[in-house]
Design a protein around this ligand. Structure first.
Ligand SMILES: [Zn+2]
Length: 118
């Protein structure tokens, strides 16, 4: 018994502590990875929220102004500030039009415009 045994004992304790407090065997890395992982998840969540909000705002801006309508509004309704989808716009056919029909509509438009202006 003597100082040597005491030193060996403390050495063992130090080693045990080192092992269990994570100053050896990659312990700190576990904590580091946990926190950095958490942090990046947090960043990701923020990013997703920001993108989601941006998309939501964008959709609110471009979609049909009819309440509850999610379609993209392509067609401003003349004389109103509203932009409507083809389903809600009164003058936009909901089904495909033939070329003749489109030309006919265009001709009517020109007639109306020229009639108004002359
Ligand atoms: Zn609509």
């Amino acid at each position: 018994m003597g100082v040597a045994v005491l030193i060996a004992f403390f050495d063992a304790v130090r080693h045990w502590l080192a092992l269990h407090t994570g100053t050896l065997h990659g312990g700190p890395d576990i904590y580091y990875n946990f926190w950095s992982g958490f942090g990046s998840d947090l960043g990701e969540a923020t990013l997703i929220s920001a993108v989601g909000l941006g998309v939501y705002t964008g959709v609110r801006k471009v979609n049909c102004h009819t309440k509850g309508c999610w379609r993209i509004g392509h067609h401003p309704l003349e004389g109103t500030p509203y932009i409507l989808c083809r389903h809600h716009h009164p003058n936009v056919p909901t089904e495909g039009a033939s070329h003749e029909h489109i030309l006919e509509e265009h001709r009517k438009y020109k007639e109306a415009r020229d009639g108004r202006n002359s």
